[in-house]
Design a binder for this molecule. Sequence first.
Ligand code: SF4
Length: 386
Amino acid sequence: MTQRSAEPSWIWPRAAYVHIPFCAHKCGYCDFASLAGADAQADRYLAALEREIEVATCGQSQSVDTIFVGGGTPTRLDADQLARLMRIIKSAFSLAPEGEWTVEANPGTLDAAKVEALVAGGVNRVSLGAQSFHTDLLRTLERNHGPDEVARALELVKPAFPRWSLDLIFGVPGSTIDQWKFDLETALAFEPSHLSCYGLVYEKGTALWKQWNDGAVRSLDEETERTMYEHTIDRLASAGLQMYEISNFAHPGHESRHNLVYWANDAYFGVGLGAARYVRGERATNTRELGAYLRRIEAGEDPTGPAESLEPEARARETSVLMLRRTQVGLDRNDFQLRTGFDLDALLGEPIKKAVAHGLLADDGQKIAFTREGLFLADSVLCDLL
Ligand code: SF4
């Protein structure tokens, strides 16, 4: 595999994802490739990551526009390990001038030395997982931090990084509309230029899903969740944070460029435990089992699980669904044809017309986007297109 910089961004990656799986504690709702109590493996993991990156890039420096270090909790690594991680990434990926390099962090895991290592490494954006400012809701989510730790983390983050974002979760069992309003106001008081607001999902197999399945916790009713989401859209718009994706809001120019790569269905490198990559139309995901990941890489073997080579039509349908998530850009007929080779109306004319007739999608003849009503029923509209 050699670099083909002349290839379009949906064939050859201009983005890299690096996964760090370590966490202080496994949150009840978490379905990510994350592990508690495995910190002792961090140095071994970094060595494996270095080898995997070398193979993934054929030892050639790859020029990228965005790098995203996610987890897990990347800032669970100590300052020396973070500095080493920065060196590993920089030896393989060359970030374009004005490029975006994001690292995810959790409250309670940052200190001055870690921030210094990230800044010295070239990181220019931090995404901080606040989730809620209510102790009881953080407890329900089994988060390992208190509300006050967000402010302490931001004291370090705000002066050090030109861009940063907060993650919040609404629809937590037992939460009220007033609590959600308070969470939004508290987040806005920090003056973020980017907010991600996710509705809680009960992912099968998680501790929270088991409690819900056993009847120990009850999900919020649909009407309450809708009111929470509706309030989010309106309140954040009034604060100048425009919705640009179903769950993401930003001041103009502060959108997550890396996540826009996913929603354009562009190609990306992906390395680390459970990481997905998408290169030349082939999607592949690494094993999610830490022991297997380490052993395979140390033995010179491939850590990949089954690769999925998408048929052109399946890839086109998937592209339509991802593009529609972008609430401002929407699904542009010319862009879709250029990227997939399919005529949008020939492939998806029927479900699109049906959603337009129900007032869920708007079609201006060139692009298709969700209406406000459609946003509340986005999952079923996207399902129809697939
Ligand atoms: S901190 Fe994030 S990645 Fe780690 S267990 Fe909690 S939700 Fe999962």
